[in-house]
Design a protein around this ligand. Structure first.
Ligand SMILES: *[C@@H]1O[C@H](CO)[C@@H](O)[C@H](O)[C@H]1NC(C)=O
Ligand SMILES: *[C@@H]1O[C@H](CO)[C@@H](O)[C@H](O)[C@H]1NC(C)=O
Length: 406
């Protein structure tokens, strides 16, 4: 088996070089990196764990209205999903009129959001949820159905704050060709000035490696272009996102795009892989299906408390690919309480037996380990030494939390 290519180490090295040139005294590598990372966090107090909620785009695209948003908020509560942590209700593109008002303010589209965004925020807040909205660091949004916020950053941030917005997804279309590192921080400062903590989601599609600069600009940054509801798209987003694993941390997360679970393009086992990898990768868990009309299967997947707990673990370390051999991969990462999460992944067309060795996943070699199978919802009776093995079907995975007990 080959070690996974360590692009992330390269990035850390770059960061390290930067932090060395910026600091006079060398106090040891780790201290120096930690210090550098802390100084460069966006200080809005948000996103100590990855955000959880829903976004309209993957299922509805531009076909949204205030009724869908209200009913989705109702459904998040009625299904118990809000209690599991899914609290952001995020409106994506196509909520506004193409023209600003005579004072230059963004206005909600009369035909689809007649009550306005403030009323919607009040409604969503009354359910104990949060409201997210969308804009673009360019002249028009990606659909070209709304104005962008470029050169209107302060005014739009004030508008969002006055409406009671809690989350902004900020896209990258029609931007006139200037760098995202120029355009995005202007909105960062505008949001900080607007007087309301607003989660800032950078959506520049990974173009300029935002993992390298995103933490002081936003609370999450897309590392890929858009996902679609297919196995190839999903698994390739997970791969592209993984190389930046070392740069995620509480306050700022890598974002491989929103979930497709429940939209119908993948099989149940594939959606389980999707949800498992997003959880292990400390990705935002933003549901993308129609919450009002989910199958039991969809609900079962997105309601898995143990998998959600991996995503929301307070240690906040993104898991990564630690071994790969053809279609077989081991993904793993540390959790609080001296535990480790491991995913045994079969990307191929046939069933395989897969083994994860302690040595590869960060457990001392001779440790005796208690294993909990997160999709079987059970702690296995036997204890494991050196390794754990499982038979894994095509496009499927096993997901374990492993706890050394001796
Ligand atoms: C979805 O993405 C995959 C891989 O990224 C691509 O091959 C496929 O054409 C896309 N499908 C659609 C319907 O856009
Ligand atoms: C609910 O979902 C099913 C497929 O799961 C679909 O056939 C049906 O049209 C949906 N109903 C509504 C009201 O969207």
């Amino acid at each position: 088996m080959d070690r996974s290519p360590s692009f992330s180490s390269l990035i850390l090295l770059l960061l390290l070089l930067c932090s060395l040139t910026c600091s006079s005294a060398l106090k040891g590598f780790n201290h120096n990196i930690a210090d550098h990372l802390r100084r460069n966090l966006l200080a809005n107090g948000l996103a100590l764990t990855p955000p959880m909620g829903w976004n309209s785009w993957n299922h509805f695209g531009c076909q949204i209205d205030e009724k869908i948003i209200r009913e989705t908020a109702d459904a998040l509560v009625a299904t118990g999903l809000s209690k599991l942590g899914y609290t952001y209700v995020n409106i994506d593109d196509c909520w506004a009129e193409l023209s600003r008002d005579d004072k230059g303010n963004l206005v909600a589209k009369k035909s689809t959001f007649p009550s306005g965004i403030k009323a919607l925020a009040d409604y969503v807040h009354s359910k104990g949820l949060k409201l997210g909205i969308y804009s673009d660091a360019g002249y028009f949004t990606c659909s070209k159905k709304m104005p962008g916020s470029l050169h209107h950053e302060e005014q739009d941030a004030r508008t969002f704050a006055s409406w009671g917005i809690d989350y902004l997804k900020y896209d990258n279309c029609n931007n006139g060709g200037s760098r995202p590192t120029v355009r995005y921080p202007i909105m960062t400062r505008a949001l900080l000035k607007a007087g309301r903590p607003i989660f800032f989601s950078l959506c520049e599609w990974g173009d300029l490696h935002p993992a390298l600069w995103g933490a002081k600009v936003g609370n999450s940054w897309r590392t890929t272009n858009d996902i679609n509801d297919s196995w190839d798209s999903m698994i390739s987003r997970a791969d592209m996102n993984e190389v930046y694993a070392d740069l995620a941390r509480p306050g700022g997360w890598n974002d491989p795009d929103m979930l497709e679970v429940g939209n119908g393009g993948m099989r149940t086992n594939e959606y389980i892989v999707h949800f498992s990898l997003w959880a292990l990768s400390k990705a935002p868990l933003l549901l993308g299906c129609d919450i009002r009309n989910m199958t039991e299967e969809t609900k079962m997947i997105i309601s898995n408390k143990e998998v959600i707990a991996v995503n929301q673990d307070p240690l906040g370390v993104q898991g990564k690919k630690v071994r790969m051999e053809g279609d077989i991969e081991i993904w793993a990462g540390p959790l609080s309480g001296n535990r480790v999460v491991a995913v045994l992944l079969n990307r191929g067309p046939v069933r395989y037996s897969i083994t994860a060795f302690w040595d590869d996943i960060g457990i001392p070699p001779k440790s005796v380990v208690q294993a909990t199978d997160l999709w079987e919802h059970k702690t296995l009776e036997r204890q494991f030494v050196d390794k754990i093995s499982a038979t894994v079907d095509s496009h499927s995975c096993k997901m374990y939390v492993l706890k050394p007990i001796a």
